[in-house]
Design a protein around this ligand. Structure first.
Ligand SMILES: NC(=O)c1ccc[n+]([C@@H]2O[C@H](COP(=O)([O-])OP(=O)(O)OC[C@H]3O[C@@H](n4cnc5c(N)ncnc54)[C@H](OP(=O)(O)O)[C@@H]3O)[C@@H](O)[C@H]2O)c1
Length: 216
């Protein structure tokens, strides 16, 4: 699959790009600055030692032309980024991995955007797209390092069956990750907010925790 990542030059986009490319997808890292994206893509390819050769860099506009698009910008710029690309994103699955968080001392706190979650805001802004929320709790550094031994459950939610099925299928191809269907997009509020707990644990215990659900 040809996958575009908006805001793909940050740690989250880079990590996802390496994992997706390592299982055969073609990935375009999108940026406000295409040259910057090309440089980051070259760095990512070098770091992956030949296992992510299908990662390239370009503008967010080019990345939005891919078959499937992932939103990986900070939460403050998520809405403006997708709103400018409404027609490019129409009739596609768009995955939001965005968490709305604010740092408060040694804790992260969740922000609750209008409609409850960033993903629901994005769906409202993109009525012709099928928005899914996923990848929120995956540690970027471990994603980019194919030898990190990353093991995690990954929650997926959407109001569109085809979007859920597409994301579940992509995740199932990535070794170490177990994809779980967490229901409708209304669940994105709790999923995004829980990231604040996960990062607070990481700060306290000086680690990179991952999500694992017992009993499933
Ligand atoms: N880091 C993680 O471990 C992780 C894990 C799961 C989910 N997430 C979520 O994924 C998202 C990205 O995380 P990140 O750590 O990669 O964030 P980041 O480095 O702060 O931002 C990602 C990219 O977004 C673009 N960007 C920054 N400000 C922007 C603006 N005002 N308008 C448009 N684009 C802008 C930048 O790309 P250009 O300058 O090249 O345009 C930047 O490289 C966040 O919402 C985060 O909560 C992160």
């Amino acid at each position: 699959m040809n996958i575009g990542i908006l805001g793909g030059t940050g740690p989250a986009g880079r990590g996802l790009a390496v994992r997706l490319a390592s299982i055969g997808h073609t990935v375009v890292l999108g940026s406000r600055d295409a040259q910057r994206a090309e440089a980051v893509a070259a760095e990512v390819r070098t770091g992956a030692k030949g296992k992510a050769e299908t990662v390239s860099g370009s503008s967010n506009e080019q990345a939005a032309l891919a078959d499937l698009v992932i939103l990986a910008t900070p939460w403050e710029s998520a809405l403006a980024t997708v709103s400018a690309l409404k027609s490019e994103l129409a009739d596609k699955v768009v995955i939001s991995m965005v968490n709305a968080l604010v740092k408060n001392g040694r804790e992260m706190l969740p922000m609750y955007p209008p409609r409850g979650s960033v993903a629901e805001m994005i769906q409202a802004a993109l009525p012709r797209s099928s928005v899914a929320a996923s990848f929120h709790h995956l540690p970027a550094g471990m994603m980019e390092d194919l030898d990190s031994g990353l093991e995690a459950d990954v929650l997926v939610c959407s109001d569109h069956k085809e979007a859920t099925e597409t994301v579940l299928a992509i995740l199932e191809g990535i070794g170490g990750l177990r994809a779980l269907n967490a229901g409708s997009l209304a669940q994105a509020s709790a999923i995004e907010a829980f990231t604040a707990v996960a990062i607070t644990l990481n700060i306290r215990y000086k680690t990179h925790s991952t999500l694992k659900m017992a009993g499933l």
